[in-house]
Design a protein. Structure first.
Length: 315
């Protein structure tokens, strides 16, 4: 199945929103590595300080035919900046690697939810296995969702072809980490934890390690780093603005104290002068406290207190 890939866009303005809780479900064949993908996303979210809850969903049959409904494997996880108790009632995001995964899990996806689909998996044979009379990506049956059609298998093949000495079948087995890289970019996740795991897991197979690193790392460099730099700059500007705002109050107090001191000096009231200076110093220290507290509310501190915020791109 050939797929037409559009050239990359030179610049894309992104709209970002901060959400409190997100539920994601990865779904595909039992050999697509959905359990591993979900586990890596869960571990990374735990490292950055999010509260998490997971629900693995293993195939109903042992060694079910590839592309069949009983052979669908899934992994659902709920991660939040607040305390959570369940793995989520309805997924906000569904990653479907083939038609069977879409057929089994689509009824659970919330209305207007995000649907990321591997278009390369929607072959006539796979559609037949999933009991689809027509291609759901073309018959407008997914109009109620935010659908992102990605040729994941093709993009993964193009990223690795010529860079690793692996067979086509071995290259195709790393497409789950391409999907992982997309979700890392979408929800502002760092890649260090996964890259370290890859190095330890495939220490004796450097080509496999390289294959699993290239695809998500390219996504990370091209999109994630740019957005992270923007978010860090934004947080720094907000902290500086807050500091200057709180700094204006003690400056006003100091000016008032100088004026009062001038009047008291002319009245030769030394005791009153010292009392006013003492009160001014106390107010000065108290007014600096909110500013110091604002500057200390960095990402690291917030991770310990209530977990980091979750940012996602709306485009």
């Amino acid at each position: 199945m050939s797929t037409l890939i559009e050239p990359p866009v030179a610049h894309l303005d992104k709209q970002l929103e901060e959400v409190e809780t997100v539920t994601i479900r990865f779904a595909g064949d039992s050999g697509d590595g959905m359990q591993l993908t979900g586990t890596q996303f869960t571990n990374t979210s735990a490292v950055v300080g999010n509260d998490i809850s997971t629900l693995p969903d293993f195939p109903a049959e042992i060694r079910a035919p590839a592309g069949s409904l009983p052979g669908v494997s899934g992994f659902q996880l709920n991660f939040s900046s607040q305390d959570i108790k369940t793995p989520g009632d309805q997924p906000n995001v569904l990653v479907a690697m083939n038609p069977a995964a879409l057929k089994v899990n689509l009824p659970d996806l919330e209305d207007g939810g995000t649907l990321i689909v591997n278009t390369d998996g929607f072959t006539p044979e796979n559609l037949k296995y999933a009991n689809y009379a027509t291609n759901p990506l073309e018959d407008n049956s997914l109009a109620g969702y935010r659908v992102h059609k990605l040729p994941i298998s093709t993009l993964n093949m193009n990223a690795l072809k010529g860079n690793v000495e692996l067979s086509r079948k071995e290259i195709d087995r790393s497409k789950n980490f391409f999907a992982l890289g997309v979700l890392y970019w979408l929800y502002d996740r760092p890649m260090d934890n996964t890259l370290n795991w890859i190095q330890a897991k495939f220490a004796k197979s450097p080509e496999l390690a390289k294959a699993n690193e290239i695809v998500p790392y390219n996504l990370y460099r091209s999109r994630f780093l740019c957005r992270c730099a923007f978010m860090r700059l934004r947080r720094l500007c907000l902290a500086i603005f807050a500091f200057l705002r709180f700094l204006s109050e003690p400056i006003q107090i100091l000016v008032t104290a100088i004026r009062l001191n001038h009047l008291i000096y002319h009245s030769a009231s030394v005791v009153a002068d010292l009392a006013i200076c003492f009160r001014v110093m106390v107010r000065l220290l108290l007014s600096f406290y909110p500013a110091c507290r604002c500057l200390s509310a960095s990402k690291t501190v917030r991770s310990i207190v209530c977990g980091p915020g979750i940012f996602r791109s709306t485009r």
